[in-house]
Design a protein around this ligand. Sequence first.
Ligand code: NAP
Length: 330
Amino acid sequence: VNRDECRADGDVETGIDPKRSSCLGSSDVSVTRLGLGTGPASRGLTPTEAADRLAATVRHALARGISYVDTAPAYYEGASEEVLGRVAREARDDRLVVSTKVGRLIRPTHGDVVFDFSRDGVLRSVDDSLRRTGLARLDVLMIHDPDDHMDQAVSEAYPVLAQLKQEGTIGAVGAGMTSAAPLARLVRETDLDCVLLAGRYTLLDQSALDELFPLCEQRTVSVIVGGVFNGGVLAGTSPDRFNYGPADPEVLARTHMLSSLCAEYSVPLKAVALQFPFSHPTVVSVLSGTVAEQRLTENLDLLGVEIPPELWKRIRESGCVDDRAPLPES
Ligand SMILES: NC(=O)c1ccc[n+]([C@@H]2O[C@H](COP(=O)([O-])OP(=O)(O)OC[C@H]3O[C@@H](n4cnc5c(N)ncnc54)[C@H](OP(=O)(O)O)[C@@H]3O)[C@@H](O)[C@H]2O)c1
């Protein structure tokens, strides 16, 4: 990868090119502006059902120039990693860039998942991921949800990842979480290339702006944003759910206000929700979370929806969006 070619240019977006690539931190791994997230969402699919759909969806993503896919050992009990490995090997020209994670082990006998951020647990997880994917190198490896294991994540998990990066077994080191504050601690105390933040830089929650994003900018840590629909409430699929739990009335009221504003301009709320995070200069990639091909196609189309500057202005004036959040109109 030529680093000069894949530097995030940091300007405010006027049109979003989902295929454009940016390097992660100081690594040579480059990810597309739109990525595919393969976490189990609302569909309740079995691992086999998910694997069947995912293979077609990833091939479709590649055909549309989207080459970055996020997974984890726990997603569909390892089936997501297996599929991504198969498609990456099939593609041969190394176009697929996969991020996967450490911190949970799948017990072979029961298929259940246990947290483990110890040195041995992390090494075992990496071996399992290499075996499941059949890949010789993992592009991006992230510490996954260490909320209740922060000290061990810093003192044991991170050093293993740094060593594996030095040896070339992995390309970039990151951490993926659903809260901004613990990720900020990891950015401060380790040397990450990227963070994956889910549900905290959206139209409904911009807590990433308090500490995490400024720190990432200072320390050249690239941000990947997931959960842009806060688990479904902003996409209309799970209207009463917020971040994988019940939505409180205040969140529902703000969603309703945003939805009414969008309706005035005949723009789907989900287009605004998906496009919003792209304007922040530290965000290099935004994940579209789905295993369904037609959803990915729809989300690519939503990136092409023109949002009138007047609508962004009204959203700003509504108070839903923090003054520090860059918008295309500003
Ligand atoms: N700790 C971590 O590292 C962490 C945590 C959370 C997420 N992530 C990553 O981030 C990715 C994205 O997060 P997410 O999947 O939880 O959140 P999300 O993108 O906010 O929500 C996905 C949900 O929105 C629905 N959806 C997607 N596009 C839609 C559309 N155009 N119209 C209607 N509904 C639509 C999906 O439905 P269908 O399922 O029916 O398509 C799914 O229920 C995950 O897949 C995962 O890779 C990482």
